[in-house]
Design a protein. Structure first.
Ligand SMILES: [Zn+2]
Ligand SMILES: [Zn+2]
Length: 302
């Protein structure tokens, strides 16, 4: 009897043995939780063709915002076997998946860590939860192993949890522009030149495209209007943020016809060629920045 009690106590103690999950590597993938709720069901490290829970369930209420766990590009937003699903490609061969989530993003959108992906809906757990997965298309990994502060887990004594795979940090592909914003000829390239009006030798901080005033200017790739205002030198100008650190600007417009916050699809109209501000004639002065650094927009073509 005494022995049985002692054995039971040892068994209970072993089951409660606490082990810290391996901390996320400083160089490798680091994820942030997509919802604030705790773990409702953990990850089963099972073989490819074995049954098991290939993700983790995090508690959450229908209607709650689900956020991207890392920077990436939306790879899928739609139904998978009837379940609303969003997946984000992290540029390292791995993607995170979120179910059941009604998408607020579209395939191809660039997302930052913490950026809303959509709204959690009911269907996975009776009490409400997000099923969160991490896969390279063949293998599955426990996303909790890649949190900056992984939760402490209880495992039965003697169980050797498989170490998480090495996964490189999440990255965005370099943003590209799809084409020219105006059909016209390049009349003055980006680079050092003598200013045509002031005569001063200085950097020409964009590329000029000559075209008749009124010629439509279209977005060379999708973006969001971040600034639209008048400047004495640049005239009426519009800035487009394309995501991924790529920003473009359109100067000397006759007026501004878009609003800050407005989304413009690739090929959508930004405005028209004009000659407002310090300008010698009808042309588009087209500017671009990558990661905050001024670059020649013609080097960003797809
Ligand atoms: Zn699940
Ligand atoms: Zn110019």
């Amino acid at each position: 009897m005494r022995t049985t009690v002692r054995l039971s106590l040892i068994l209970v103690a072993s089951l409660l043995l606490v082990w810290p999950a391996s901390p996320a590597s400083a160089q490798g993938l680091v994820l942030t939780p997509p919802v604030a709720g705790g773990v409702a069901r953990g990850f089963d490290d099972v073989g490819r063709f074995e049954a098991g829970h290939r993700g983790v369930d995090l508690r959450g209420s229908p209607g709650e915002t689900v956020r991207s766990a890392a920077v990436g590009v939306v790879q899928f937003a739609g139904l998978v076997a009837g379940v609303p699903t969003v997946s984000v490609d992290h540029g390292n061969g791995w993607r995170t998946t979120y179910q059941p989530v009604v998408a607020a993003v579209a395939k191809g959108d660039r997302v930052d860590a913490g950026q809303p992906l959509g709204m959690l809906t009911s269907g996975h757990c009776s009490a409400g939860c997000l099923h969160w997965g991490l896969t390279d298309g063949t293998r599955y990994a426990d996303p909790l192993s890649f949190l900056a502060a992984p939760p402490v887990r209880l495992v039965p004594h003697g169980t050797q949890p498989a170490p998480p795979p090495r996964i490189a940090e999440a990255t965005l592909p370099a943003a590209r522009l799809g084409g020219l914003p105006v059909a016209g000829r390049s009349s003055s390239p980006f680079g050092m030149r003598r200013h045509p009006i002031t005569g001063v030798w200085k950097l020409h901080d964009g590329t000029d495209i000559a075209a008749p005033c009124g010629t439509p200017i279209v977005a060379p790739s999708a973006g969001t209007v971040t600034r639209a205002y008048y400047n004495p030198a640049y005239g009426w100008r519009v800035f487009l943020d394309h995501g991924g650190g790529l920003v473009t600007a359109y100067n000397h417009l006759p007026s501004v016809s878009v609003a800050v916050g407005q989304r413009i699809e690739a090929g959508g109209r930004i405005g028209a060629v004009g000659t407002t501000g310090l300008s010698t004639g009808c042309h588009l002065h087209w500017m671009a920045w990558r990661g905050g650094r001024l670059v020649d927009p013609l080097t960003l073509g797809g």
